[in-house]
Design a protein around this ligand. Sequence first.
Ligand SMILES: Nc1ncnc2c1ncn2[C@@H]1O[C@H](COP(=O)(O)OP(=O)(O)OP(=O)(O)O)[C@@H](O)[C@H]1O
Ligand SMILES: [Mg+2]
Length: 237
Amino acid sequence: MSALLELDGVSAGYGPFRALFDVSLTVPDGTAVALLGSNGSGKSTVARVATGLVPVSRGRIRFDGRDVTGWPAWRLARLGVAHAPEGRSVFASLTVEENLLLTFRAALGRGGVPDALARAYAAFPRLGERRKQSAGTLSGGEQRMLSLAKVLANPPRLLVVDELSLGLAPVVVDEVFRTLQLVRDNGTALLVVDQHVGRALALADHVVLLSKGQVVHHGPAGELGDLAEKLMPGAPV
Ligand SMILES: Nc1ncnc2c1ncn2[C@@H]1O[C@H](COP(=O)(O)OP(=O)(O)OP(=O)(O)O)[C@@H](O)[C@H]1O
Ligand SMILES: [Mg+2]
């Protein structure tokens, strides 16, 4: 399968601080890649580089075969690259249903709205129960469900997920991962950073392990279970 996203010898950082050193990785089209590593190893920086939020100082970024090095986030977004939870933004003053209607109308046209609403509420019954509530008063987990429901309606080609399940109750984490699986099954490629290593590995086809800003392992997800536990003992699964 061809590479959808390719980082080739990428270095990047913040001001004089270098966070990534010669990072190369690929996300094949339609697959999920788990990006693992201890705190501060550079996972979020990779997520930001991949979505145009942090510029690279060396190396190339390719998307769907095109060199997109130096492209700003909005331009990558047009190609179908989405970043969550940055993409989590919901309209706080609108209700849950108004948020969904806005997205669904724009993405699918009026005719597609009833079906899309039904699918969103089937995937997230909680959103159905709270359809009249203003989105700004939803809990953090519910807001993430709402943003994922929007993603489901208008699937990006690549969804970069950085700690989307952070601080959520286990049952909500389950829902988030079920939805990510759904997003993937719909053909969206995923680059997933999550402290729930076991769940991320269960979702992933490939895994990339970062240490101190460098890739120290890149391979099929199945091989890594024990190694992940050794590198990140006690991490929630
Ligand atoms: N905005 C910033 N300005 C300066 N340094 C930063 C900035 N963001 C991250 N860093 C530094 O870059 C390095 C990599 O950070 P990054 O956030 O990518 O790590 P991470 O693997 O996502 O960590 P965590 O698991 O804690 O989220 C760290 O040393 C961090 O302190
Ligand atoms: Mg991070």
